[in-house]
Structures are given as structure tokens and as C-alpha cells.
Write a protein of this length. Sequence first.
Length: 325
Amino acid sequence: MCTSIAFKTEDFYFGRNMDIDYGFGEGVMITPRNYPFKFRFEKEISQHYAFIGMASCVNDFPLYAEGVNEKGLGMAGLNFPGNARYSESPAEGKTNLAVFEFIPYILSTCDSVDKARSVIENTVLINEPFAPNMPNTPLHWHIADREKSIVVEYMADGVHIYNNPMNSMTNNPPFDFHLTNACQYLNLSVDTPLSKYAEATGIKTFGKGMGSVGLPGDFSPASRFIKVSYILANSKCDGDEISSVSQYFHILDTVAVVKGSVEDTPGNCYCTTYSCCMNADKGIYYYKLYNNSRITAVNMYNSDLDSDKLTRYELRRENDILFEN
């Protein structure tokens, strides 16, 4: 599970809900320009764009779930079980990346969606685990800048790169299904619906919001995609930073998973463990947690971006409540 959105007011914002039933040692990670990336199949990159995001770190290698770089490009990996297919061996003449290297490579080397697309068209993802006890997660990816948004899916018949006019993404089925499925909800409206009955019936609406009757409310990927896309498309807020960040989290909250509402196996509960909003123009990573709804921010530019060392910020996990008396 998971939901990601790209959102633009005066600045460009990118982020996601992380819906899982476990922690993965995550923390806010800043990768500076001179951190040496050592790849399994490609040459080391010692100088590159800096970026910030949520990641775990194993053997000094950052394993990113999502991030934005200093050029304003955002990228997130979302669960895609049953459909994701990776190559078992490198391909000659291609850029060959292990799956866990995909986000760091794109954010290190690409300054726009157009550049990322051109790189991905010649990239093969290899089913090379980070470690024997760390198998690859089946993923697809949402990539966006302030002008464009795409979805990337590696499947049995090759790589698919979709333009993403909805600026949102969830999980299965493949992205072309979600776009087709959206056609069933063209009747949704923020306006009060007009009666299609005979005028003599006198039937009128009995409450506000009835133009959105039929908007899905369940937690399935298809329903979350429709709901968040509809709300994102009709979102209105002021363009300043506080208003934009607040609105971003409000949008994600509409598809957040409450613990106990989704179980994989009895007692094994999914929930939105964290939500994040990244200002891709200012390099600020905002997040809140299931157990701490206060928004915490980390500014990439308050770190030494010319360093060669990773910077990690531990998550503020204790609930932070302001008592007025």
C-alpha cells in the first residue's frame, strides 16, 4: 500500500503516505554532492546532485523510499506486488542498476522528469538483492518535477513509462488501469447536483457535498487513487509555505490508513506509518508519524551539501502534544 502526490502552489511539493505493517529503520537522510555512490554494475559516482528523503542506511549505503534532489526532482517507490519484474542479468549497452540503486541513481544524475525519462528508457533493473537476507521489494515509481509527472513500471514485457496527468499514484493494478478506471467517476463534482427527476417531485438535496456521492472511501489502491486524484484536482489553498504544507498533509490524510482497518493476516495491521511533504524548490522535508502527528521539518540546505558524509536525522516518534494548562 501507499499513496504519492505531486502538488504545486507557489512552490512545488512531492511526497507520500507510507502504508506498511512494519518499520524499516527509516530516518530522514541527506545525501551530499560528494558522497561516493558505489553501484553493483555501474561505475562509482563521486560527484552528483544532493538530495533528501526517507531512508534506512545499511553498510553506509542509503536505501531510499522517496526523496527530492536540489534540482527539484522528486521520486518515490510504491508497492507493486505480482506485477513488478526485474532482469536476472545485466544487459550489454544498457545502464544496469540493482533495484535498490534506482532512486539514488536517478536523483543523483537527473535534473528533470525529461532527463529521468531518457535515462530510464536505457536502464535495466537487476534482481540483485542488497544482501542475502534483504530481498528486493516489488515496486513501481512516481517521478515528478514542477512541470511533469510520470509513472515507471518494470514488468514482464519490459519497462513502461506513463505520463501521469493525475499527479498521483497508489499500487496495483498497473497505472494504465487507474487512468481507465477514472473514466467511471467523471460525474463527481464539488457543486450541488441538479435534480434529474421531474420538477413536480420537488426532490432536493438534504446536505452539502452530495456532488461527490460515489467517491470511493475504501482503502483499496484503485479507490485511493480515485479519491486522492479527485481531491488533489479540486484543492484550493493559499500559495505560502505554511498553507501549502498544511494543505498537502490534509490531502494525504483523506487516504491515510487507520490501524485496525486493514489486516494482511489476523492481527497484522497496516497503517500509514508516516506521511511526508517535500518542498522540492527549497529542499525541505516535512513529515509526521502515526504516533506523532506534529509536523517536523528538515532543511537540506542547513547541512553541508559539499560533504562526502551522509547526514541522518532520527524520527521524533513520541507524541508531541501542547498542553495549554
